[in-house]
Design a protein around this ligand. Structure first.
Ligand code: R5P
Length: 295
């Protein structure tokens, strides 16, 4: 390929998007073999020989095992001669815990960022949830830390709709994503206010904008339990919205999240392939490859 890497090394749990990235970069794809022992430990084996420049591609949702395996893989690549190591993790875990909200809490964003920086020279991700941390390099102090935005491909998808929906961010933190997408798609946008009292307990206050008869797309960076989107949808329905759909970058959708959304009256759910999920409608390989080509 050109400049970025000699090989893309993927993992079976994120094979298709990693292969798409390798194709977009014009690089060979190979896979790290992971065996999970009955006791829960992992054996990690790299394809050999390992070339000088390796790009690992693995999304870090449900991250605890994946992180350990990635650290094994990166350390082994170095031991086997790799000089430049890049990580493309379209979903980067633990970015939301950016401070100790209660005494004694681990600031996991900083700890994970430091570990990744020990292993990699380049880290690329998409829409990291950097709330109080201005830039990715502050969280992940590598020489090259790239935080890409899925706004463009999501906007292209939403702009193609004929009903010109209102894009609504469910909370103040979503303002950056909903604004970026609305600007590119040429659609109206607004932002609601959220109060969270537990993992699955949120209250949404809608902004004072006309909603009766309107199509609305709820836009957020990530959906986890789905409660934020479900409560927003309920409020929108009560305010007379004609249709409520959802567009997120990262489809974590833990547990019963999709059922909760359906019960709240959400119509279509679409997401990027930053996390493999049935709602995936936007592929990120072109965005990632274009950014990597400039590294
Ligand atoms: C938080 O600010 C994020 O942007 C999401 O709104 C949040 O993580 C969604 O969580 P859940 O789906 O569990 O309500």
């Amino acid at each position: 390929m050109g400049a970025v890497a000699d090989v893309v090394l993927g993992f079976a749990d994120y094979r298709a998007p990693a292969q798409r990235l390798a194709i977009a970069l014009g690089v060979a794809y190979a896979e790290v073999d992971v065996h999970r022992f009955p006791d829960g430990e992992s054996r990690v084996r790299l394809p050999t020989p390992v070339p000088p420049r390796v790009l690992f591609c693995r999304s870090l949702d449900r991250p605890n095992d994946k992180l350990v395996e990635l650290l094994f893989a990166a350390a082994t690549a170095r031991e086997l001669g790799a000089e430049a190591l890049a990580l493309v993790a379209p979903y980067l875990c633990y970015m939301r815990q950016d401070k100790a909200f209660h005494p004694g809490e681990a600031v996991s964003q900083r700890i994970i960022g430091r570990e990744l920086a020990r292993c990699f020279d380049t880290v690329v991700t998409v829409d990291p949830h950097l709330h109080r941390t201005p830039v990715l390099a502050d969280a992940v102090p590598v020489p090259r830390a790239l935080a890409l935005s899925a706004a463009e491909p999501l906007a292209a998808r939403l702009a193609a709709r004929e009903d010109a929906p209102l894009l609504l961010g469910p909370d103040e933190e979503s303002a950056q994503w909903v604004e970026a997408i609305a600007d590119r798609a040429g659609l109206d946008h607004a932002v609601a206010a959220k109060t969270r009292s537990g993992d699955r307990a949120v209250v949404i206050e809608l902004p004072a904008v006309p909603l009766a008869g309107r199509s609305v797309v709820l836009v957020d960076d990530v959906a986890s339990t789905g409660r934020t989107l479900a409560e927003a949808c309920r409020a929108l329905r009560a305010a007379g919205a004609a249709r409520v759909d959802v567009a997120v970058t990262h489809a974590l959708f833990a547990g019963d999240a999709l059922a909760v959304l359906a019960e709240a009256g959400v119509g279509e759910v679409l997401s990027t392939d930053s996390i493999l999920h049935e709602s995936n409608a936007v592929e990120l390989a072109p965005l990632l490859a274009a950014a990597l080509a400039e590294v």
